[in-house]
Design a protein around this ligand. Structure first.
Ligand code: NAD
Length: 467
């Protein structure tokens, strides 16, 4: 029997099967998770479908109040939740608390946005109104890097717009989502929120189910493509937030001493496992050695370890597969470039790799061209800025990026030339529920957050009346 329960039709139930959740810092079992069968996934979808008419008619103010109640309950349990998050995901406790704080901000802000109808014409002969109605059952699929935040903001966006939900966390980090399921049971009417877990096998069933109206998916680009194909048959609405290979471009006028610390932090937060993390830095020849030396000094000083221990700044890779993948990137980087600092792989247990600063690589090398999603940072020298922009735009990803310069107008003009959904100037990773977030090219389809993101959970309807 598992320590956690699924939420199906207002009841907390055991899965038809179960599996161990592994703490990546110790490789020990943290807890036993339920595993839902296809029949349980079907029951969750049926419950969400049955709850939809009532929930979609529930006044906005009531939906908003219940979401705020969820935020209250989560915050009342924040310390326990943070420990669970650190143990299942690996991130240091302080980062786990930060994720909980973000989650609260997302719930409360999204719960404050009411999509208002708009009258487009009101004349003698006609009246035309534009309005947004909910879609029905939303399937929300989350990855393992921010298992609480991503799972919950999808839930909040779907619910505030009047949809019902079947949520599915990642198999390696299901526990915080199952905790939220427990909180939701006491707050929402039966069937409005359902949470199922799997071993990477329920996705195709959920995303192709005829009773599901929309899929909100965050994960890898490869899986995103499968979701899109699987949703095609019934033309489901989809939002895909996928992988990225964010570049930070340092311009020749930048104050390099002031940049070293922020660049390091934006690259290595959550052990580099952030879709929006800096994944490569381009720097002019003249500033190259100084930047590499500065980043290397920080890498050498950072404390890596079990996120539950005091003072630890960087935890392990989240799971064995990712650990293996990042080790392959590391081996490739050693072969073609130089690991100037870090890149140590301590003897087990735990999926640890110390943050590595890699020099001597260029476009065309794997670590520069691909999403490493781990604590390896290539620093690439350049002499021609146009070539850098060309190389970035030629890649398949387009999530975000940043430009670092003392000349804001110059930086802005460059920003407009880069094909990404977000481009920061003199910072990175600044996002929130009030700022729309979208991936360009193979980094995604659609928008999340803000009013624009919420609209994706609705059907635009025009009511056009002749007088
Ligand atoms: P993943 O694609 O392996 O898994 C994501 C989720 O999809 C999991 O819940 C998984 O069980 C589920 N899944 C697996 N196969 C499926 C299928 N065929 N159909 C439907 N669902 C399926 O991704 P991951 O390894 O958990 O996460 C890391 C990736 O996520 C990275 O590429 C990262 O850049 C990306 N990511 C993107 C964002 C963003 O907002 N753009 C945010 C976080 C992570």
């Amino acid at each position: 029997m598992s320590d956690y329960k699924l939420l199906i039709n207002g009841a907390l139930v055991d899965g038809d099967d179960s599996f161990d959740v592994i703490n990546p810092a110790t490789e020990q079992t943290v807890a036993v998770s339920p595993r839902a069968s296809i029949a349980q996934a079907d029951a969750a979808i049926a419950a969400a479908k049955a709850a939809f008419p009532g929930w979609s008619q529930t006044p906005f103010a009531e939906r908003s109040a219940l979401l705020n109640q969820l935020a209250d309950t989560m915050m009342a349990n924040a310390e326990e939740l943070a420990r669970v998050l650190t143990q299942e995901q690996g991130k240091p406790l302080a980062e786990a608390m930060q994720e909980i704080g973000f989650t609260e901000a997302f719930i409360r802000h999204l719960a404050s946005i009411e999509l208002q109808p708009e009258v487009l014409f009101d004349t003698d002969d006609r009246w035309v109104e534009k309005r947004h109605s909910p879609l029905g059952v939303v399937v929300a699929i989350a990855p393992w890097n921010f298992p609480l935040l991503i799972f919950t903001f999808k839930l909040a966006a779907a619910l505030i717009t009047g949809n019902t939900v079947v949520g599915k966390p990642s198999p390696t980090t299901p526990l915080t989502a199952l905790k939220m399921a427990e909180f939701c049971k006491a707050i929402f009417p039966a069937g409005v929120v359902n949470v199922v877990t799997d071993l990477n096998d329920l996705g195709p069933h959920l995303t192709s189910h005829p009773d599901v109206a929309k899929v909100s998916f965050t994960g890898s680009t490869a899986t995103g493509k499968k979701v899109m194909a699987s949703a095609a048959d019934s033309l489901k609405r989809i939002t895909l937030e996928l992988g990225g290979n964010d570049a930070a471009i340092v311009l020749d006028d930048a104050d390099i001493d002031a940049l070293i610390e922020p660049l390091f932090n934006y690259a290595f937060m959550n052990c580099g496992q952030v879709c929006l993390a800096i994944k490569r830095i381009y720097v002019p020849e003249r500033l190259y050695e100084k930047l590499v030396a500065g980043l290397s000094a920080l890498a050498a000083a950072v404390k890596v370890g079990n996120g539950l221990e005091e003072g630890v700044q960087i935890g392990p890779l989240q799971n064995a597969m990712q650990y293996q993948k990042v080790r392959e990137y590391l081996a490739d980087a050693r072969q073609h470039g130089e690991v100037v600092a870090g890149g140590e792989v301590p003897e087990g247990p735990g999926f640890f790799i110390t943050p590595a600063i890699v020099s001597g690589l260029a476009d065309g090398h794997r670590l520069v061209d691909e999403e490493q999603f781990g604590p390896l940072l290539p620093v690439v020298r350049y002499s021609d800025l146009d070539q850098v922009i060309e190389a970035i735009n030629a890649g398949p990803n387009g999530l975000a990026g940043s430009i670092w310069s003392a000349d804001l107008e110059r930086a802005k003009a460059l920003a407009y030339r880069i094909h990404t959904g977000t481009l920061w100037i003199n910072h990175h990773l600044d996002f929130g529920p009030h700022i729309p977030f979208a991936g360009a090219k193979q980094s995604g389809i659609g928008v999340e957050f803000s009013e624009e993101g919420l609209k994706e959970f609705t059907q635009l309807q025009v009511v056009n009346l002749a007088r």
